[in-house]
Design a protein around this ligand. Structure first.
Ligand code: ATP
Length: 422
């Protein structure tokens, strides 16, 4: 079968590497892909916002399965468009992707179906929003309703910060339409974890739980990023806790989406907070998480194509999902300056040596410039180590990291410290 993967980051590189292992795959195309993906798939320069062009390409190349990485094409209805043209695509429809695309939709759904999450209210008027903040006090969390690339959330430790966030989102419209409403949430305290889940709209099959590291500096200091590393499995999610999460969150939310006429097929990403009163939802994403995918998929023993097809066909209950009993740790190498204004165009060296040292190197923000690999994004590479224990996986990842150099390179030295401490 020929496969098309949409996207061009570390997540898509991990997806393409895992798909390449499938006994069912003949050829993989990736739009737009990246220089790392180009080593195992044919990269095609098609705008991923252009459903029609992508669809025509898939028809021309007899693509049997399209796998959508990022949220934007999902919100742009690519899965609906492909289905209407007789093509199979893995991911939720436009209506189902709303669970990520609108935080107020997700919160209202959870309230209606009694799924545990932080208490909240939604406002479009700045004055009403500010009155609510003054009533509730700090800490409190202010979120732009729509997609804001992870930048639309302010965890305000003081009332003043919360009021300023309302001004930024509602008055200055810093996120445009995505900030036409704000969701104001109760502050939850606890450890966070992510559970990526396969679902065919009825059956849910969680992947191994992961934890990511959002802050730029060691010790969870400094500003938030897209994610500086991750590890799986996350021991904080015990088997008993996973049963509770399936029973109180995952199965109810998938059933709720079906009841609402938004049958959800694809990968549902659950962001969790383990509070004193049990696991609660921080967010849902309508896709594989990044960098979590870079640690979860290397642990998958089953054929990924079988699993993705079972999600599309509604036969996930008959599909074996088998995991290697190992650990994976991913260290993200970021460009100097990230997550602010960052450097670009710096030569990257040592990837072959890192791979020889046992690391899996996933490209996130790289480009080829006259035959030289250079930096081209905030998060440049994800380096994953896989081994029998978390300690040895940490060693593998950092031994591989030590082989890579580019000007301004920054990374955290404490990825997976929590797992090791347990
Ligand atoms: P991303 O896509 O980067 O995960 P997002 O914009 O979808 O971000 P959320 O995941 O909702 O936003 O929030 C980002 C982070 O803010 C969470 O990972 C969590 O650390 C913190 N956060 C969000 N909501 C709460 C809450 N109610 N209480 C405490 N912390 C929260």
């Amino acid at each position: 079968m020929n496969i098309l993967v949409i996207g061009g980051g570390g997540r898509e590189h991990a997806l393409v590497s895992t798909l390449a292992k499938s006994r069912k795959v003949a050829k993989i195309y990736c739009a737009p892909g990246n220089p790392g993906i180009a080593a195992i798939a044919e990269c095609v320069d098609i705008d991923i916002a252009d459903n029609e062009l992508l669809c025509r390409f898939a028809q021309e190349k007899s693509i049997g399965l399209t796998v959508v990485g990022p949220e934007a094409p999902l919100m742009n209805g690519i899965v609906d468009f492909f289905a209407a043209n007789g093509l199979r695509a893995f991911g939720p429809t436009r209506a189902a992707a709303e669970i990520e695309g609108s935080k107020s939709f997700a919160k209202d759904l959870m309230r209606k179906y009694h799924i545990p999450t932080a208490a909240y209210a939604v406002f479009s008027s700045p004055d009403a929003a500010k009155d609510y903040v003054r009533q509730q006090g700090a800490p409190i969390v202010i979120k732009a309703d729509g997609l804001a690339a992870g930048k639309g959330v302010v965890v305000a430790m003081t009332e003043a910060e919360a009021l300023a966030a309302i001004d930024t989102i509602l008055c200055q419209q810093a996120f445009g339409q995505a900030g036409s409403q704000v969701v104001i949430e109760e502050y939850m305290e606890g450890e966070e974890a992510s559970i990526l889940t396969f679902t065919d709209g009825y059956t849910v099959r969680p992947m191994v739980a992961a934890q990511d590291h959002k802050r730029i500096f060691d010790g969870d200091e400094g500003p938030n990023t897209g994610g500086m590393g991750a590890y799986a499995p996350a021991p904080v999610i015990t088997p008993a806790l996973l049963d509770t999460i399936i029973e109180t969150i995952l199965q109810p939310v998938v059933n709720a989406m079906t009841s609402e006429g938004r049958n959800y097929k694809g990968c549902l990403y659950l962001g969790l907070m383990m509070t004193k009163s049990g696991p609660k939802v921080v967010e849902f994403n309508a896709r594989f998480g990044d960098p979590e995918t870079q640690v979860v998929l290397p642990l998958l023993a089953s054929d990924l194509v079988d699993v993705l097809e079972a999600c599309i066909d509604g036969s996930l209950d008959n599909c074996d999902l088998v995991w290697h009993n190992r650990s994976a740790v991913c260290v993200v190498l970021a460009a100097g300056g990230y997550p602010g204004e960052y450097r670009k165009g710096d030569a990257i060296n040592g990837i072959a040596e890192a791979e020889a040292a046992g690391g899996m190197v996933f490209h996130a923000g790289t480009a080829n410039c006259d035959g030289q690999l250079v930096t081209a994004g905030g998060r440049v590479l994800g380096v994953t180590g896989v081994n029998d224990t978390v300690a040895s996986a940490i060693n593998n990842a950092y031994q591989a990291v030590a082989k890579i150099q580019f000007k301004g390179m920054q990374y955290r030295t404490d990825i997976a410290h929590r797992a090791q401490g347990r």
